[in-house]
Design a protein around this ligand. Structure first.
Ligand SMILES: CCCCCC/C=C\CC(=O)SCCNC(=O)CCNC(=O)[C@H](O)C(C)(C)COP(=O)(O)OP(=O)(O)OC[C@H]1O[C@@H](n2cnc3c(N)ncnc32)[C@H](O)[C@@H]1OP(=O)(O)O
Length: 303
């Protein structure tokens, strides 16, 4: 990390995985108003828009936290509550996660929630990150990530926690767990999620280098399942969901739980210790300094 910061370069390249393109700015997206007809049900919290079609059982959750869908405390809380509501709604059988922001699925955890705050804030924030992952990774319904933009760190975690990942085939986009490049360490449950997705060896390289992958490289290593032209991403996600819906819910749910429950249980068994670990790590002077430098570089468009 220090070397990366000193060199002032963007993300480390690996094989044909390259750096973030960066440079673009995003305007604000207005909150879409709610509407309802016989089969459609829309609701819009300030940061996530939910549109449920009860005739198909498919809900679309659209992240709308401009400019880059960074996951701050409010976003994480709304995300967990939105997922919970859909899980309890019998007319919903599957959820598509996507972004309302151009070019970005999610920039990951909001760095400002990990920088210059009180221990109490770090604790509340980390609990919200845990809540979101526990809900999504252990979700009983089908989840498909329609990754219509770059997806570093926490954005990649959300994608990996979904059942199926479709990414827009745009060579400027990147996805991966880049934590080490910020001088921070992905916790064990981020690591477990990645191991479960791409295997141990690929995770060893990915996590240590903080690798960010182009869509084609992400497909090669199995970090995403399918690439499509950007304009087709939502229609492909809906078609794919329809195929998943052909499988009887109870059988699919039990199979999913059999594969994921041990990973979920590991965090459930050590939530408080994990929070304590996060708070003491993130509050260290050296870590705060690294995050401060990274934020400066972000502002100067050097990341
Ligand atoms: C035991 C310890 C455990 C710790 C474990 C922590 C685990 C997970 C960590 C994370 O998820 S950390 C977040 C990592 N994310 C990143 O590194 C992404 C950084 N962002 C980018 O690379 C780019 O912003 C982008 C996402 C590729 C978008 O590029 P674009 O050129 O379109 O936009 P920018 O001009 O760069 O950004 C606009 C605006 O947003 C601010 N910003 C970007 N990302 C974040 C973020 N993650 N948190 C907070 N703010 C962010 C950026 O600074 C710009 O702000 P302004 O300059 O306009 O004020």
């Amino acid at each position: 990390m220090a070397a990366v910061l000193r060199r002032g370069i963007k993300f480390i390249s690996f094989g044909s995985s390259q750096v973030f393109s960066g440079g673009c700015k995003h305007g604000k997206t207005s909150t879409l108003s709610s509407f309802s007809s016989s089969n459609r049900n829309s609701s819009s919290s300030s940061k996530i828009k939910v549109d449920l079609d009860s005739s198909t059982g498919i809900a679309v959750m659209k992240f709308q936290n401009p400019p880059v869908n960074s996951m701050n405390l409010e976003f994480l809380t709304e995300f967990s509550i939105g997922l919970e509501k859909l899980e309890l709604d019998k007319s919903c059988r599957g959820v598509i996660l996507t972004s309302a922001q151009p070019k970005i699925f999610s920039a990951g955890l909001d760095i400002l929630d990990m920088y210059g705050k009180t221990p109490e804030h770090y604790e509340e924030f980390w609990r919200a990150v845990q809540d979101m992952w526990l809900k999504l990774y252990g979700y009983s319904k089908i989840t498909i990530a329609a990754i219509n933009g770059s997806s570093p760190a926490g954005g990649c975690l959300v994608s990996m926690a979904s059942d199926y990942r479709i990414m827009a085939d745009n060579p400027r986009y990147r996805i991966g767990l880049n934590e080490t490049q910020l001088g921070i360490v992905a916790p064990f449950w981020f690591k477990d999620t990645m191991v479960n997705t791409v295997g141990h060896r690929t995770t060893e390289l990915s996590l240590q280098f903080g690798l960010m992958y182009s869509p084609s490289d992400a497909l090669k290593i199995g970090l995403v399942d399918q690439l499509v032209p950007e304009e087709n991403i939502l229609s492909t996600a809906t078609e794919t969901m329809t195929k998943w819906l052909d499988i009887p819910d109870h059988a699919r749910e039990i199979s999913k739980s059999m594969l994921r429950k041990p990973t979920v249980d590991r965090l459930l068994a050590s939530r408080d210790a994990d929070i304590k670990n996060f708070v003491s790590f993130i509050a260290k002077d050296s870590i705060q300094k690294s995050l401060g430098l990274y934020l400066t570089m972000l502002k100067q468009r050097k990341v």
